[in-house]
Design a binder for this molecule. Structure first.
Ligand code: SF4
Length: 243
């Protein structure tokens, strides 16, 4: 049972209790379920829920080779705090080498095509490799994060990777996420305190300005409709419906 301060928002407390139940249910239904953690605030909350419920869900993160030091440092923080290992999944070194040799270290600034090619090598292929043979995966995505996520379902079949996908935080608000993080003293990426609500690879993420969309700092040189990296390609149907 989770102990919250007496003044804690009852609706958020209910959401948290529901989340704990959902994590247990997913693990029971899919004993091979894996959690793809981006190590963002939402994902830290989800990790805390998994640890608290002792649900046998393996946690991994995609170490693209271009992550900020603060994100990598969180892996050690998690080990210290929870005694839990987050498996770092890395891209195929030969594919990275070939892409960099052909297009350069910063080709992603040149075109959406080259940016997506980099994401495909450093993120999508490693994810596909890791999800292979599993029946379900879990993410920390929320609908409020982006225009590409407004139609996010809590549970859906993922046609891209061919397995069930759970987004148990889909309906959470940013305030609710942070209320639980503060109340339970859950560790988080220090970049969040420097106006980075969404954190990806170092060269592809900047701090946002007041009033900007939470994902405005991701691939900021691109139009909003292209701002997914291929891990959640199904989200782009929301954009397709609007244009
Ligand atoms: S976010 Fe940027 S550096 Fe990271 S994989 Fe995608 S294009 Fe490459």
């Amino acid at each position: 049972m989770t102990i919250f301060p007496s003044s804690f928002d009852p609706a958020t407390r209910t959401r948290w209790d529901k989340l704990l139940g959902e994590v247990v249910t997913i693990a029971a239904k899919h004993p091979d379920a894996v959690f793809a953690s981006s190590l963002a605030a939402e994902d830290m909350l989800l990790l805390h829920a998994i640890v608290q419920t002792q649900a046998p869900i393996e946690v991994f993160t995609l170490d693209t080779g271009r992550l900020p030091a603060q994100t990598l440092g969180l892996i050690d923080t998690i080990a210290d705090r929870y005694g839990a290992a987050v498996k770092a999944i890395r891209p195929d070194p030969a594919a990275v080498h070939e892409h960099v040799a052909q297009h350069g270290e910063f080709a992603f600034y040149e075109s959406v095509v080259l940016r997506k090619a980099c994401c495909a090598i450093r993120k999508v292929e490693p994810l596909r490799r890791t999800l292979k043979g599993h029946s379900a995966w879990i993410t920390g995505q929320r609908r409020g994060q982006s225009v590409t996520r407004v139609e996010l379902a809590e549970s859906e079949f993922d046609p891209v990777f061919g397995l069930q996908k759970y987004n148990p935080l889909a309906g959470w608000t940013e305030d609710q996420v942070w209320a639980v993080i503060r109340a339970l003293d859950i560790p988080y990426n220090p970049l969040h305190d420097q106006h980075y609500p969404s954190i990806g690879c170092d060269p592809c993420t900047r701090a946002i300005r007041p009033g900007e969309d939470a994902r405005a700092g991701r691939w900021w040189w691109e139009q909003r409709a292209s701002k997914e990296c291929g891990l959640h390609a199904g989200n782009l149907k929301a954009i397709d419906a609007q244009t």
